[in-house]
Structure formats: C-alpha cells, structure tokens
Design a binder for this molecule. Structure first.
Ligand SMILES: Nc1ncnc2c1ncn2[C@@H]1O[C@H](COP(=O)(O)OP(=O)(O)OP(=O)(O)O)[C@@H](O)[C@H]1O
Ligand SMILES: [Mg+2]
Length: 351
C-alpha cells in the first residue's frame, strides 16, 4: 500500500494563488475525500498528484519518492477525470480494456476482465458502442470502469458519480466501497456531495478557497465542525445556524431560549442539526415559532418553523401533522449536540 505526501505544496496560475502553501499526508490504504465547493482547488490538487499539472513550489512524495519530475505514466496512478477523458474512436470495451492492453495482457484475459468490470458498472449491454453514442452517466461509468480494471498504486477519482441518477449513484458507491475493501488501494476522491464524502471516506479534507479547513474522520467532521463553513456544508438538511447571544446561561434569539454551558457573550451563532431537535409539548419547549413548511420525506417529516429572520428545521416523526402558521414547540434532544460559533470569525467556541 502506498502513502502520498504533499509537502508545502503551492499552486499559482499566473498571478492567481489557487492553492496556498500547505501539507497533507494521505496514509497508505486510506480513502481520503476532498470535499468543497466549486473552484476550491480539488481538481488542481488531484492533477498535481497525477503529474498533469506543474507544481509552483513544494513536493509530491509517493512512498517517500519525490515524483515532481516524474511523468504521469510512471506514477502508477489510475484516474477518473471529471470530464471522462474517453478515447472517442474506441468502443466502450476498448476504452475499458485499454490499460490492460498497454500492459501487454493477452486478448482473452482482457476480454474476460472487461466483461467482469462492465457488469459491475452495469454497462455489459453497451460494450460495442462508442462514447459519442452514450449518455453522460454511461460515459462516466466507462471512465470509472477503465480506472478500476487494474490495481494501481493510487486511485484518483474526480467526481466519478456526479452524472448518475440517484439510485445508480448509491449502487456505485457501494461498489467503490467494496472495491476499496477488496484491494486496499490508496484512494483520493473528489466530490461536492457531502453524503458521498460521509459514506466513503476514512478521512475527509474539507476545502475552502484552496485551503484545507478541516481534516478528520467523517464522524468527527459531522459531530465537531471546526467552523461555520464546515458546519453548514456537511449534513442534509443543513445544520440550523441561529444568530443570537449567550445571557445568564441561556442562548437567546427571537423565539429561542436554550440553556447552554457557556459564559455570556454577544454575537454568537448556535448550530443544531434538524435530527438533534424534537417536537415537544409546550412546557418543555426551548424554541417556539409558527410552522412555515412541512415536508414528508417518507421516514420523517421535515418541519420548518419561522419567526422573523430566524428559520429552523426539525426532523419530526413521519406521522407529524400541523397546520401552516400553527405554533410549534421544539427542544434540543441533547445538550452535547449544540454547537456554538463566533459570529464574526466563524470559529467553533465550545469543545
Ligand atoms: N488553467 C487554469 N488557469 C487559471 N486558473 C485556473 C486554471 N485551472 C483552474 N484554475 C482556477 O483554480 C481554482 C481551482 O480550480 P479547480 O479546478 O481545482 O476547482 P475544483 O475544486 O475542482 O472545482 P469544481 O468543483 O468546479 O470542479 C479555480 O478558481 C479555477 O478558476
Ligand atoms: Mg474540479
């Protein structure tokens, strides 16, 4: 298994600083997910590891071997590109089998492997087509199949499931997870889908404007986001972020009064996830506001209440019923699931 180290790596495009100097170690056998909004530098990071992009300064080490000047083909990396990168003149089967052909594997073995992988990504019916005759999601699966047909030192996957429908995405996610379990190949995976990040990653690096703002296990990132950016990015529906202040042991905002163990302070933001709130009777309520919207998801009802500028979502039971504008009473399930942030810096205040 292979370790990848980025040491004091920096990337500039002319005058534009895409990635400020930083270091990151991807441990051998790890499934590291780079998660962040569009333009934050995920693809650039991957391309530098693959050798497709020059590094402005710093080093890329693959198993302690400095590879800055090594061409991509000598790095033993299989990559799924965001734009697929398929060979237009080749059929699906030829595209998928290409990495094996390059390695001089016999035609019979190649054909058998192609069929095996094509079944995994549900493409076995389309092997004779060319990329121009495929849908976006089908092309994406060809790219994925081409990457996973052999066992490289490192997998780099840039949004490999972004164009698949919801059901296929979940199936492919499980395939990738199983593949990682089976082969244990060090994988760096880019997504802006936080659900994909949570389910696949051994660790997630949350990026913002070129910087890694939090690097941790999915569990820790979910339960202890370091700042408002991470708090708002991870989780669906998003964490409620309520502006207010701490006064005499209570967090207070319009319609909200919740006991917190924190010293008095203005300009804070209380974060609480919809599933960490519950609908209660009036006497136990810490939050009271009229119902603004009800959304049945099947196994739950998402209840949004709104009082002035403050809007709060709570995950209620599937059989919950209320009229719009009717006052709803809410309380946090557990005090340890409350997060406090500094409103101006965005930093987490409680541990
Ligand atoms: N060749 C280039 N020349 C100049 N700027 C570039 C170049 N390639 C990327 N950038 C800039 O670098 C930043 C990071 O781009 P990158 O493609 O890594 O983002 P990303 O996180 O992959 O985004 P997305 O989720 O949209 O794919 C962006 O601001 C982008 O505009
Ligand atoms: Mg990208």
């Amino acid at each position: 298994m292979t370790e990848v180290r980025l040491v004091d790596i920096e990337k500039r495009y002319g005058g534009f600083l895409a990635l400020p100097k930083q270091s990151l170690t991807i441990e051998a056998g790890e499934f590291l997910v780079l998660l962040g909004p569009s333009g934050c530098g995920k693809t650039t990071t991957m391309r530098m590891i693959a050798g497709l992009e020059d590094i402005t300064s710093g080093d890329v080490l693959i198993d302690n071997d400095r590879v800055n000047d090594k061409p991509p083909k000598d790095r033993d990396i299989a990559m799924v590109f965001q734009n697929y990168g398929l060979y237009p003149h080749m059929t699906v089967a030829q595209n998928i089998g290409y990495p094996l052909k390059l390695r001089g594997i016999s035609k019979a073995e190649c054909t058998a492997r192609v069929l095996e992988i094509a079944e995994k990504v549900e493409l076995e019916e389309l092997l004779k087509r060319r990329p121009s005759e495929l849908s976006g999601g089908q092309r994406q699966r060809v790219a994925l199949a081409r990457a996973i047909i052999r066992t490289p030192k490192i997998f780099l996957m840039d949004e490999p499931l972004s164009n698949l429908d919801a059901k296929l995405r979940v199936t492919m996610r499980a395939e990738l997870k199983h593949l990682h379990h089976e082969l244990g190949v060090t994988t760096i995976y880019v997504t802006h889908d936080q659900m994909e990040a949570m389910t696949l990653a051994t660790r997630i690096a949350v990026m913002r404007e070129g910087r890694i703002v939090q690097l941790d296990t999915p569990k820790k990132i979910y339960s202890e986001p370091v700042d408002l950016f991470v708090a708002g990015f991870i989780g669906s529906p998003s964490m409620n972020l309520i502006k207010g202040e701490v006064e005499n042991g209570f967090f207070v905002a319009k319609g909200v009064k919740i006991p917190v163990q924190f010293s008095d302070r203005c300009d804070v933001v209380l974060g609480v996830r919809p599933e960490d709130l519950e609908i209660v009777e009036r006497q136990r309520a810490n939050i009271m506001a009229p119902v603004y919207a009800l959304e049945l998801t099947g196994d739950a009802t998402l209840v949004t209440i709104k009082d002035g500028a403050t809007s709060i979502c709570v995950r209620g039971p599937a059989d919950f019923e209320a009229n719009i504008d009717e006052v709803c009473h809410i309380a946090p399930r557990k005090p340890e699931k409350l997060h406090l942030f500094d409103k101006s810096t965005g930093e987490r205040l409680n541990s």
